[in-house]
Design a protein around this ligand. Sequence first.
Ligand code: COA
Ligand code: MG
Length: 286
Amino acid sequence: MDRNSHPYRSVLYIPGSMDRALDKARSLPCDAIIFDLEDAVAPDAKPEARQTLAAALKTGGYGKRFKIVRINALNTAWGLEDVNVLRDAGADAFLLPKVNSPTDVDNLADLLGPDMPIWVMMETPVSVFQAREIASHRQVEGLVTGTNDLTKDLNARYRADRLPLMNALQRIVMAARAARIVAIDGVYNRFRDGDGLKMECEQGRDLGFDGKTLIHPMQIEVTNTAFAPTESEIDLAERQIAAFNESMASGKGIAVVDGNIVENLHVVAAQRVLAKARAVAEMAEE
Ligand code: COA
Ligand code: MG
């Protein structure tokens, strides 16, 4: 799906085993859902979770929310059966964890066929080094940052400013932008802390992420707000486009708005702001 026509501000994880949460999500204002069979589901619960999830997806009712199924890695005891049970359940994309190379993606693509979009967890140091190659895989349409796994593998510490992760976060955004696909930030673990979440959302947004993965419904509103264009951004974008068009009409290549120059590239950015605002507005119309 085009990252300009569908918003991916809030991407909520739901354990495939949580019947109530699977139902509740039908009325939550998130832009996308990751239906999880991997780390949020205990080994013993995985077979039943597959069936619960397949049934929920077949029942439907998720509206415009983009539906992503996260399977277990294919070198685990569960990955292959996850694909077999969920392949035709109605997901919009499959999310592959613990990816290290485009070959890992190829192995899933072989099972799914060419028409199912694949999203990738970026959560190992090797994946970050391989980000460009992974993001350019023909079937990959989104990168999801796994900040908890990355922190563990890096032997890093949790810091509010996420300095230890900054190199990885930026490489992930760069790889996604180079390949023109979606980039989603990692989760904020202290899920009842709305102020901390807001700061981390704004940091991820400023880095260039399209949205953030979430673990609890109470995180959705803050995230939707942080990743949507503000009224003043929309107003500025409209004025920039109008001023630039006027300048062009009078034979000039540059306009000035609020004391700042507006060139062609600013117009492209302004159009992107308006496209995102439209996508957000359409998402709200059920
Ligand atoms: N998606 C949808 N609904 C959810 C939800 C989620 N991720 N997490 C909780 N809810 C629902 C609950 O079902 C409950 O609904 P109800 O009131 O109808 O019963 C309501 O929200 C309130 O839940 P609450 O009691 O506050 O949560 P909890 O303390 O039971 O659980 C977590 C907290 C973090 C364990 C739980 O939110 C969770 O499992 N989140 C997902 C974790 C995950 O997927 N991790 C993998 C990726 S990092
Ligand atoms: Mg992980």
